[in-house]
Design a protein. Structure first.
Length: 260
């Protein structure tokens, strides 16, 4: 038979309202408990604490799972955006590479055309240079028509001998430059009256001596065939022609192209 513990708690409530009209009231509260109820209360409290802990743990797990899911989704979205950006970048770079390839092909084509053009120009320049060098060699005939060569009394073996050719000019024959060059000087000559010296820029110089006044002046640029003296038609008109190479006189007949 269970043992009951009785506890009595007495509370007195007193109120005084207007002297002796009210009587004092007393309220008694009695609670009855047993040791079995106390054990059950402890048991239910323990189960409640475990249940509450489980709920808290569950909430935490759910929260952590939700956060992890949100984070993964966020990273996935971020990565997807980055992949999209990278794809766009790659696409742009591929387009740029394709465009550069086209431009490179055009440049290579232009370069080939330019190389061919430069090559042709170089060949033309070389040909022109060869022509210029050829035209600077005094191998032309110094008269516009035929002439007789006057024999020289000087012995070629004489140390004082200066190679020259003296022409007896025919009627209406003009004296012309035998190569391209620049008039170096126009001076008097004690024997023939006037002397024109033309420098051809390659070591050669030609001397034209005649009694007629020259038609060129010092510093003039002349080409092969340019008139140096105009003939008078005098059958006795003589013309002396000389050539030097590196300041040494040389025989003009070794260079003159009679047929040219």
């Amino acid at each position: 038979m269970p043992i009951f513990a009785i506890s009595v708690r007495i509370s007195a409530l007193m109120k005084n309202v207007m002297a002796k009209k009210h009587k004092k009231k007393r309220i008694y509260t009695t609670s009855v408990t047993s040791n079995i109820a106390s054990d059950k209360t402890k048991y239910y409290r323990t189960r409640f604490n475990v249940f509450r802990a489980c709920i808290v743990v569950t909430i935490l797990v759910v929260a952590i799972g939700a956060f992890a899911t949100w984070y993964v989704l966020k990273e996935f979205v971020t990565m997807e955006a980055q992949v999209k950006t990278l794809r766009e970048t790659v696409s742009t770079q591929e387009a740029t590479i394709l465009d550069l390839g086209k431009k490179n092909a055009e440049l290579e084509s232009r370069n080939e055309i330019l190389s061919v053009t430069v090559g042709k120009q170089q060949v033309e320049n070389e040909e022109q240079e060869e022509i210029r060098k050829e035209r600077a060699i005094p191998n032309g005939f110094p008269l516009t028509s035929s002439a007789e060569i006057e024999e020289q009394e000087t012995d070629p073996e004489d140390e004082d001998y200066i190679p020259m050719v003296v022409f007896v000019m025919s009627e209406n024959s003009d004296i012309v430059a035998t190569a391209d060059g620049t008039v170096l000087s126009v001076r008097e000559d004690s024997v023939y009256g006037n002397c024109v010296v033309i420098d051809h820029g390659n070591g050669y110089q030609t001397l034209y001596k005649n009694t007629e006044p020259p038609k060129v002046s010092e510093g003039d640029e002349v080409v092969r065939g340019a008139i140096i003296y105009v003939g008078t038609g005098d059958e006795e008109n003589r013309f002396c022609y000389q050539i030097t190479y590196l300041d040494q006189y040389t025989d003009p007949m070794e260079l003159i192209d009679i047929e040219g």
